[in-house]
Design a protein around this ligand. Structure first.
Ligand code: PLP
Length: 445
């Protein structure tokens, strides 16, 4: 039997683990994208990570451009964060009672999400996942307005709660269909799915359903269909159109919050600050631990239990280890950190562009701050989900595997952003640059 390389189950510890995992875990993974279904092959089982690197079950080292899908802003195993978690663990793992750390984190978030002398966050509630944050924000918007419908944009991801797992219906401003088995049609029909960056579609939705839309939820800058930044001023348009009808706006910063800027996309948006009612956070706010949050105007947030009639709770909400990781991460994430992440993104963007051009692969690189993604076969950066899907996504698996073989771990889907960290130093970035030409040639084939 000749060795068939790293995918050979008889030979590679990752493939052996994947086979074993599939006997006890659906698909072998606890979140679907990890299974490498869109690129093929066995996923790399990570045994440890440090700075910009992850190490697989064979102890092979990869420059990591996934960063746990966002949280690892400082790089893996940042000593300040790990120490904070260890010290918190020594004091106890979970109390189900309020702690001072939660107050500090709420105050820190309010101080950071700030622009032109104001903050959109007067109150903050901690939860454990981004899914919970957006689910609760939607419930809160419905409770505040007494309305049921929710507008979302095609290609935006807000976690896996029923109402937000909805696909565009048959026409503009019509009710959505379930995007997953198990979501009742009646629930999907409470959601309207609109094309992103389309002001006319947004206005039409409010014309068709006046007084019935509780909220528009939007990724602050879309980064779950690859990166698609809002057109200049589109977030402001959302707020103006929604507020004119008495609907609220939920800006989902689970991915962008504290990653693209100290104050998230809200503070970075070149079109200026907008008057959103609620914001959701996740990922970086927990520094790699299960922590997320929703925040916003006191008049809306104070409708949450125990003050108001909108129920929300969590055994592990504000978990002291997660809060310690979040506090340590945000305290360490100073201007220098963002400057390093931005510069690392600039460098990789430039290298990807020149490698693909040299290999003759048409492409567009779309960016939102330090987040970016590569769309193969497009002439210009896509503005909505239809344009995203028009790309030559079939080029991605070869590109991905060529990078992986050279020790660079990219997101295993073309519809995901690439994540840099402040730990991506010259050595790590040089390895990415060295790997790109061969991967670009693989993508050209
Ligand atoms: N909202 C956005 C914008 C996200 O990117 C994600 C996760 O990728 C979520 C919500 C859901 O967060 P979680 O995976 O923590 O439930």
């Amino acid at each position: 039997e000749p060795l068939r390389g790293p995918q050979d189950a008889a030979f590679d510890a990752n493939a052996r683990l994947f086979e074993r995992a599939q006997r006890s875990i659906p698909g072998g993974v606890n979140s679907p994208v990890r299974a490498y279904r869109s690129v093929g092959g066995a996923p790399r089982f990570v045994q440890r990570a440090s700075g910009p690197y992850v190490y697989d079950a064979e102890d092979r080292e990869y420059v990591d451009l996934v960063a746990s899908w966002g949280p690892a802003l400082l790089g893996h195993g940042n000593p300040a964060v790990v120490d904070a978690v260890k010290r918190a663990a020594d004091r106890g793992l979970s109390f189900g009672a309020p702690t001072e750390g939660e107050v500090e984190l709420a105050e820190l978030v309010r101080a950071r999400v700030h622009r032109d002398g104001r903050s959109p966050i007067e109150r903050l509630r901690l939860v454990s996942t981004g899914t919970e944050a957006t689910m609760t924000a939607v419930r809160l918007a419905r409770g505040a307005t007494g309305r049921s419908l929710v507008v979302k944009f095609a290609g935006h991801y807000h976690g896996h709660s029923d109402g937000l797992l909805a696909d565009a219906g048959s026409g503009l401003a019509t009710f959505a269909l379930p995007a997953s088995a198990g979501v009742p049609a009646e629930i999907a029909a409470q959601t309207l799915v609109l094309p992103y960056n389309d002001e006319a579609a947004l206005r039409l939705a409010f014309e068709r359903h006046p007084g019935r839309i509780a909220a528009v939820i939007t990724e602050a800058a879309a980064a779950n269909m690859g990166v698609v930044a809002p057109d200049d001023g589109f977030n402001r348009t959302i707020v103006d159109v929604a507020h004119a009808d008495g609907a609220l706006v939920i800006m989902d910063e689970v991915l962008t919050g504290f990653r693209v800027h100290a104050g998230g996309w809200w503070a970075l948006d070149p079109a200026g600050a907008v008057d959103v009612d609620l914001l959701t956070f996740g990922k970086v706010i927990g520094g790699g631990m299960p922590l997320a949050a929703l925040g916003g105007r006191a008049s809306v947030m104070d409708l949450l239990a125990p003050l108001g009639p909108v129920y929300q709770a969590g055994t592990l909400s504000g978990n002291p280890l997660a809060v310690a990781a979040g506090l340590a991460t945000l305290r360490a994430a100073d201007d220098g950190v963002y400057a390093r992440v931005d510069a690392a993104a600039d460098r990789v963007v430039a290298a990807v562009g020149s490698a693909l051009s040299a290999a003759g692969v048409a492409h567009a690189i779309s960016r939102a701050g330090n987040l970016f993604s590569v769309a193969f076969g497009l002439e210009r950066a896509p503005r909505d989900y239809d344009e995203v899907r028009a790309q030559e996504s079939w080029r991605h698996p070869a590109f991905f595997h060529a990078m992986l073989e050279q020790g660079v771990s990219l997101p295993p889907s073309v519809f995901e952003a690439w994540f840099l960290t402040a730990a991506h130093d010259d050595a790590a970035l040089a390895r990415v640059e060295e790997a790109l030409p061969a991967a670009a040639r693989a993508a050209a084939a």
